[in-house]
Design a protein around this ligand. Structure first.
Ligand code: KG4
Ligand code: ZN
Length: 356
């Protein structure tokens, strides 16, 4: 029997048997090597995240080759640990899921190759998952949310507003035209000498600063047009720092961190508010690494209270990259029998709409 027949036979046998669906998921799109076992798309049996932060810190950002190498070193150990912690063996599982796009191509290849090898060895169905669908699905692990809802995905690589009409049914309302929100925070943190990753360090520094001390461009939004842009804001902040240094004045790190964070948060809140008003959606899911930001959470909590909208922000550790969210996103695909085969490959860029 070839892989395709074994996969189908396995799926049919599991469907006949009934019982829970346990999916092993692998994530390696950026700088975390992660594996998890997720039951029925909602229950976490295990989740292991090996961060490479220390390897990238001295370069002030993620170095793709360093990431690929670290994934290769970690992936087998991380998968083995996720199985052990879930008290499962490969034969107990129902499917293998993996992030196959978008992300750093060399990093993605490591996870995809590991997942395909496991699928080939076991005959388990293989499910390639879009990284952003994973971030959004993190909400299913923290709450009983069901579509329809508005999703704000804010990470180091993406800033998108999506209308989620059903499981795996996304319409993109807006995205960043240049930098992602997290990327802008990381760049300003680096310029301020705060280190990497910048988002949490900016948040920490901002606590001591005045968010109105430095005037930065204010975000504008018009209904029906929810694209973001952070490069103008970033340039204005860099220009201000440059001017201060040339005048031999010290840049006030706390004030800059607070003002910049406030400007980024303001842009995210304004766009989200406008999209909620326009779509009439009554639920908002916020996902991605920047969703860990306390100021953004507070502002969105206020906004949702005012609008009578239910707000779902995944637990902090589920906001940053992990494999549990990939297992959650794979589950609706498993239920629909939408599997990939061994030709699955990694893609550096892919929109959510293209994935479906
Ligand atoms: O989702 P994620 O872990 O990786 C990507 O898919 O990009 O997001 C990482 C991003 C980084 O830019 C990081 O600076 C940002 O999320 N981030 C934060 C916070 N924690 C992580 N940004 C603002 N405040 C935070 N507390
Ligand atoms: Zn991510």
């Amino acid at each position: 029997m070839g892989y395709a027949e074994r996969m189908k036979a396995r799926h049919d046998a599991d469907a006949k048997r009934g019982g829970p669906i346990d999916i092993l998921a692998i994530e390696s799109s950026c700088d975390e090597t992660a594996a998890a076992v997720v039951r029925d798309g909602r229950v976490l049996l295990s989740s292991v995240v090996a961060s490479q932060m220390a390897s990238h810190q001295r370069f002030g950002g993620v170095v793709p080759e360093v990431a690929s190498r670290a994934h290769t070193e970690q992936v087998t150990r991380v998968v083995a640990q996720a199985l052990t912690e879930a008290d499962k063996e490969l034969g107990d599982l129902q499917a293998i899921a993996v992030t196959h796009a978008p992300g750093l191509i060399g990093a993605l290849f490591v996870g995809v190759t590991a997942a395909k090898s496991l699928a080939l060895a076991t005959g388990l169905p293989l499910i390639g998952v879009h990284h952003l669908a994973g971030h959004i699905a993190a909400s299913a692990l923290s709450s009983d949310i069901e579509p329809p809802y508005l999703a704000l995905v804010v990470s180091g690589g993406h800033t998108e507003l999506l209308s989620v009409r059903g499981h795996g049914d996304f319409v993109r309302l807006g995205r960043t035209r240049d930098d992602a929100a997290g990327e802008a925070l990381d760049k300003i943190a680096r310029a301020l000498g705060l280190g990497y990753p910048g988002g949490p360090l900016i948040e920490q520094a901002a606590r001591e600063g005045d968010a109105h001390a430095i005037s930065l461009p204010v975000a504008k939004v018009s209904t029906g047009q929810w694209d973001f842009s952070f490069s103008g804001l970033k340039s204005a902040a860099l220009l201000h720092m440059d001017k201060e240094r040339r005048a031999l004045r010290e840049v006030n790190v706390a004030d800059m961190a607070a003002s910049f964070q406030e400007a980024v948060v303001e842009a995210l809140v304004l766009h989200t508010d406008s999209a909620l008003a326009h779509t009439g959606l009554r639920q908002l899911v916020v996902a991605g690494g920047v969703a860990a930001n306390g100021r953004l959470r507070d502002r969105l909590t206020e906004l949702c209270a005012l609008r009578g909208v239910r707000l779902i922000v995944p637990d902090l550790w589920l906001c940053t990259d992990n494999a549990a969210m990939i297992g959650a996103a794979a589950y609706p695909r498993y239920c629909k029998g939408q599997f990939d085969d061994l030709t699955l490959t990694a893609q550096a860029t892919l929109s959510l709409e293209q994935w479906l």
